[in-house]
Write a protein that binds this ligand. Structure first.
Ligand SMILES: Cc1cc2nc3c(=O)[nH]c(=O)nc-3n(C[C@H](O)[C@H](O)[C@H](O)COP(=O)(O)O)c2cc1C
Length: 275
């Protein structure tokens, strides 16, 4: 899966990754309240451009407002459901009781999941390992995995006080998989090689999600699938120049933005993208 990447994963980038092996993509995060206010920038994030499979990622801490938004939401081709963001580490978001602040609030999360289901939509939940080391040490993230019932969880194996340079703690996955009671757990964070994917699969995860590695190489999904024998026969993995050309072709076909294009051009081809 291609991770949500604010300011990068617009529909052009999502379609590029999908055409190179990402099974599912996610929009950039947006507050439910911004949809209710009809905020143009937020609405553009969920504007359908083509049928690339996508879940809409939302930040919400209030099922009433979520319900109000869903009452006017119309599914489109490629719409695969909603993803609740319980992983955003921004202080602003946490102060509002959203993002990573929600990791320990299993009952609240369960109500948000039910609200989305009541409208007939699939739903997934993306969590971190809590707000800080204390919450991680006390395994408060297991509350959510054990008490909420989405179609799948995504676990970004870091807590919200960790910087992007710190390493993920992949040792949590076996316990996460057990706590999730058969609901698939998708691993996320620092997954860069087929060997890492293999070892995560051996821990019982149902799939992987990649963000920064895909910014550098949008064809990393097919590369991984080729190496792991999932693509049979293997699919071609294009060069960076080919990927730039494909980006422009998609952008022309579905109407991309110059802002996103220039950000894409700065990171594509980098092994560790500086964003
Ligand atoms: C530029 C950038 C923007 C991001 N935006 C979002 C976002 O909108 N929603 C979200 O859940 N995570 C966001 N993330 C986190 C990623 O989805 C992902 O969880 C994280 O980068 C770890 O995965 P990776 O090591 O494969 O990049 C963002 C990360 C980056 C680098």
């Amino acid at each position: 899966m291609l991770a949500s990447l604010e300011r990068y994963s617009d529909s052009v980038f999502r379609t590029l990754c999908y055409s190179h092996g990402a099974d599912l993509t996610f929009t950039e995060m947006a507050h439910v309240e911004s949809f209710l206010r009809r905020n143009r920038v937020s609405l553009e994030k969920i504007e359908p451009r083509d049928a690339t499979p996508v879940q809409i990622q939302v930040l919400s801490g209030n099922e009433g407002r979520l319900d109000r938004f869903l009452s006017s939401f119309k599914p489109f081709d490629g719409f695969m459901g909603f993803n609740l963001n319980l992983s955003c580490p921004s202080k602003d978001v946490i102060r509002q009781g959203k993002g990573a602040a929600m990791v320990k609030r299993a009952e609240k999360t369960a109500r948000l999941v039910s609200t989305i289901r009541d409208h007939g939509h699939p739903v997934s939940v993306k969590i971190r390992l809590g707000l800080n080391q204390y919450e991680k040490d006390n395994r408060l993230y297991l509350n959510n995995l054990g008490g909420v019932d989405p179609d799948f969880f995504v676990v970004h194996a870091k807590h919200a006080a960790q910087s992007s340079d710190e390493k993920e703690d992949n040792s949590v996955y076996p316990e996460c998989v057990e706590a999730a009671r058969g609901i698939p757990v998708i691993a996320n964070g620092g997954i860069e090689t087929p060997e890492m994917v293999q070892s995560l699969v051996e821990m019982g995860v149902g799939g992987v999600m990649m963000g920064r590695p895909a910014m550098g190489n949008p064809a990393i999904f097919d590369y991984m699938k080729n190496e792991l024998g999932v693509n049979n026969p293997p699919r071609p993995v294009p060069t960076t120049d080919d990927l730039k050309q494909e980006y422009d072709d998609i952008s022309e076909a579905i109407g991309g933005s110059e802002e996103y294009r220039s950000r894409f051009l700065k990171v594509v081809g980098e092994t560790r993208p500086h964003y």
